[in-house]
Design a protein around this ligand. Structure first.
Ligand code: FAD
Length: 383
């Protein structure tokens, strides 16, 4: 792999850095306290092209490569993980799935709107009773004439209270003659679809997270995306790439921890000298730096594999597992460098630690990724 970025990739990274410095970072603490990012950020993300980065040009995207996507995601994550998550879900999980699996009408209906930020997407897989064991979901779609009628509850849905469309996974095999789990594109204003905001999160407080309750939600047969029974394949292929985006967001958090900790260590004086002069403080800083670079290289490798058409699922699990655990470690080490000041929200590292923590939980917990990697190594499923 050539670690030298192309001029286009460097330009995209510079654009994302500039955007984050101007439009995201100055407001991140305020949005965290208010438990809501300013919704206007979605339009701005669309205008600058980040919501259509890897979509085909004919649907309003800019057909960028995956390394470019990783670079932009890292920069957004460096500024605010809540904003990064909007892109990872609306583009990475929803729009990319429509581009990969949707029919022409579904693509024309949703992709230009998702790419411009006029519409936001959410990904409805997890349920109150099925998280890691997602294949056992219980939301069901029953065939009624030319329609499907959907009942069930989805939990922890990122962008859920804002989204215009949910990529929803439901069991279709309850109707005789029908198969497996299928994926549907359900506009969120469809009658019977209720949304409740999940509040009081430890981190990602600016992000809209919702419980979705579907009570006899009726959609036409044309709402199904991909062939019937292929829903779990849609979900797993979205998540395999989505995990790369989470990993990139973790690199952003870890880099923000390094920036903050190095800066503070140079300014804060104890025992008559900046704390950066103390060897054990340098150990904390160097531990963060090694984690940042290791996580970044693992994440770039996934993008490189996707861009070159190579297998990437296990690499994606490795990157997500390592980067998420590393982000928590880096935030913890950065907080240690800040001493007591790290513990109050006037300084950035407490929020970075809270935002990092969820990364080891969603899009597959660390345990689930160890099982995925273990299965790839041994051929044995130990779930
Ligand atoms: P559980 O699956 O109940 O796991 C509990 C513990 O048991 C974990 O430690 C887990 O690792 C462990 N465990 C489970 N099974 C095994 C096993 N076989 N071997 C060893 N250990 C095991 N979901 C969506 O569909 N869309 C979203 O947009 C979305 N956004 C989210 C945003 C936030 C802020 C959060 C917190 C979650 C979000 N999720 C979303 C859900 C997330 O993906 C799940 O929380 C995650 O998959 C874990 O499921 P669970 O919480 O039910 O935990």
């Amino acid at each position: 792999m050539d670690l030298e970025l192309s001029p286009e990739q460097s330009a995209a990274r510079a654009l994302a850095r500039d955007f984050t410095v101007r439009e995201v970072a100055p407001y991140a603490a305020e949005w965290d306290r208010a438990e809501a990012v300013d919704r206007g950020i979605v339009k701005k993300l669309g205008e600058v092209g980040f919501l259509g980065l890897t979509l085909p040009e004919e649907y309003g995207g800019s057909a960028g490569d995956h390394l470019t996507y990783v670079l932009v995601t890292e920069e957004l994550g460096r500024g605010d993980s809540s904003v990064r998550g909007i892109v990872s879900v609306s583009l990475g999980l929803v729009a990319k799935s429509i581009a990969a699996w949707g029919d022409e009408e579904q693509k024309r209906t949703w992709l230009p709107r998702l790419a411009s930020g006029e519409a936001v997407g959410c990904f409805g897989l997890t349920e109150p009773g099925t998280g890691s064991d997602a294949a056992n979901l219980t939301t069901r779609a029953v065939r009624d004439g030319g329609d499907w009628v959907i009942d069930g509850t989805k939990m922890f849905i990122t962008n859920g209270t804002w989204a215009d469309v949910v990529l929803l996974f439901a069991r279709t095999n309850d109707t005789p003659g029908h198969k497996g789990v299928s994926a549907f594109l359900v506009p969120t204003d469809t009658p019977g679809l209720g949304r409740r905001e999940v509040r009081g999160k430890l981190g990602l407080r600016g992000q809209a997270t919702a419980e979705l309750v579907l009570d006899e939600v009726r959609v036409p047969a044309s709402a199904m995306i991909a062939p019937e029974g292929k829903g779990f394949s849609v979900a797993m292929s979205a998540l395999a790439k989505g995990r790369m985006s989470v990993a990139a967001g973790c690199v952003g958090i870890a880099q923000a921890c390094l920036d903050a900790a190095v800066g503070y260590a140079g300014e804060r004086e104890q025992f008559g000298t900046p704390i950066a002069h103390h060897q054990l403080v340098q150990e904390l800083l160097s531990d963060i730096a090694v984690d940042v670079d290791t996580a970044r290289l693992l994440t770039w490798r996934v993008a490189d594999h996707i861009d070159r058409g190579l297998p990437f699922a296990t690499e994606s699990s490795m990157a997500k597992l390592f980067a998420s655990e590393a982000a928590v470690r880096c935030a913890n080490n950065a907080l240690q460098v800040f001493g007591g000041y790290g513990y109050i929200d006037e300084y950035p590292v407490g929020k970075l630690l809270r935002d990092a923590r969820v990364m080891t939980l969603y899009e597959g917990t660390s345990q689930i990724h160890k099982l995925l990697i273990g299965r790839a190594l041994t051929g044995v499923s130990a779930f």
